[in-house]
Write a protein that binds this ligand. Structure first.
Ligand SMILES: Nc1ncnc2c1ncn2[C@@H]1O[C@H](COP(=O)(O)OP(=O)(O)OP(=O)(O)O)[C@@H](O)[C@H]1O
Ligand SMILES: [Mg+2]
Length: 287
């Protein structure tokens, strides 16, 4: 990993990418894509199905090697760094299907995630036999209680995650990401499958996290729900067929003809009124 002072813009951002190209056989999943996430911000990455959003997150987190292009994390180039090395440098992510240990409680998840960050060698013994989990220290407790509060999870702290509705599992995933004390969290469709109430709760938590005073944290939010992204993000990047077709403020994106054209062909929105509202009814499955 090398320092790249050549472009001041890159070092001013928590996460940056330039010229990212990914091919799957003959398919151009991403073509010369750039992206910037400033500190303490919520950035949206949107686009119709198959636009390349998940692929872009995989490139940023190190799971997918691009054919070309470069990635910087807090001004330092990480293009060749493993996902683990990037995680240590401050990238966290959540998955579309929460990957949780069903027998553990909400609090235990956060304690474990915090220990991974603080004492990496403890992880293996805790994982092999999570029930042998040592009682949290005072410092761990303080940190975890703060997170539970931030995420509105105090009420369910002692509940096993298996018993929780999807919306709460998503919050636990966000909590686990936060416990690793990242500088940026990549979120792939965190609202999918949630009803309106659960979505609103999650979005208000995102807003609180980005304003969190303790530490610089940014969120990169991949979402189908364009209305939610426009409401929450300070900057939005729009992909279509692997190409960055627009970037700008919510206002600029709302009025961008290329974005409108891309979305009017999208099933998600073609049944609803065209922009500017862009809201669509959530296909909620649970509270
Ligand atoms: N492992 C893979 N092998 C081959 N093609 C792939 C692979 N992963 C993704 N693709 C293709 O690359 C393109 C971009 O996929 P990607 O999953 O990044 O899109 P997306 O914007 O996340 O879509 P969605 O909104 O449906 O989640 C799609 O055409 C997809 O079919
Ligand atoms: Mg996707």
């Amino acid at each position: 990993m090398t320092q790249v002072p050549s472009d001041a813009a890159q070092s001013a951002h928590v996460l940056s990418a330039r010229g990212v190209t990914v091919r799957y056989g003959g398919l151009m999943a991403l073509s010369d894509v750039r992206l910037d996430v400033p500190p303490r911000s919520i950035v949206g990455l949107v686009g119709p199905n198959g636009a390349g959003k998940t692929t872009m997150l995989a490139v940023l987190s190190g799971l997918q090697r691009p054919a070309s292009g470069r990635v910087w994390l807090r001004g330092e180039e990480v293009t060749d760094a493993s996902p683990q090395a990037r995680a240590r440098r401050g990238i966290a992510r959540t998955f579309q299907q929460p990957e949780l240990f069903m027998g553990l409680t909400v609090r235990e998840h956060l304690v474990l995630a915090h220990r991974v960050r603080v004492k990496r060698r403890r992880l293996w013994s805790d994982m092999v036999d999570p029930r042998s989990l040592l009682p949290p220290s005072r410092a761990e407790n303080e940190r975890v209680e703060g997170l539970l509060e931030l995420l509105n999870l105090t009420r369910v702290a002692k509940a096993p995650v298996a018993a929780l509705p999807l919306g709460v599992s998503r919050l636990v995933e966000v909590g686990r990401a936060l416990a690793c004390e990242p500088h940026v969290i990549l979120l792939d469709e965190p609202l999918s499958g949630l009803d309106m109430k659960a979505s609103e709760n999650l979005l208000s938590v995102f807003a609180r996290v980005a304003e969190h005073v303790e530490r610089d944290i940014s969120l990169l939010l991949v979402e189908h729900d364009v209305a939610a992204v426009l409401a929450l993000s300070s900057r939005i990047f729009v992909l279509d067929f692997g190409v960055l077709i627009a970037t700008g403020t919510p206002e600029e994106i709302r009025n961008d003809p290329a974005v409108r054209a891309a979305y009017l062909g999208d099933d998600e929105l073609s049944g609803s009124q065209p922009p500017p509202s862009w809201g669509h009814v959530h296909g909620g499955v649970e509270a």
